[in-house]
Design a protein around this ligand. Sequence first.
Ligand code: GDP
Ligand code: MG
Length: 163
Amino acid sequence: MLPMVALVGRPNVGKSTLFNAFTRTRDALVHDEPGVTRDRHYGICRLDEERPFVLVDTGGMAGEDEGLSGATQRQARAGAEEADVILFVVDGREGPAGLDHEILSWLRRIDKPVLLVINKTDGVNEENALADFASFGLSDVIAVSASHRRGLDDVLDAVMERL
Ligand code: GDP
Ligand code: MG
């Protein structure tokens, strides 16, 4: 069985864009409206030919102004619970949001390696983006731009170290 890596994060941070970049498919739906991915999507990342892994894109559903809906939370948690490594994706342009803290608090209770992936750092000061999320207290932090395919190798290296 291939190891499994889960993308977890609030809607619209770029999970599906990352999924597509790593799996080189257009499997996951990417959309300007938050919450287009409705359930879990699985793909295989073969960017490191010798060590492929299964990537899981966990969903966000429409109409989630107030918080993560029950169904979405279940998807994200199920994805996280079956994974060997969790990629916690946040938006480096918007900085920390309430929902990020909600997710962080339940990720803390899962005893698995969590890599904080700060996405959308194209055109922003990377140092500032990193500093914004320092309070999350996660030691493994990587700034990326999924849409510019920047930082993907760093994520891959960090994942490989923990598989
Ligand atoms: P998801 O809801 O977390 O799956 O987010 P999506 O992958 O659907 O992306 C949400 C929006 O963010 C889309 O409009 C993407 O084009 C945009 N996006 C994703 N990654 C990046 C990035 O690295 N930089 C910028 N500027 N936009 C991005
Ligand atoms: Mg999505």
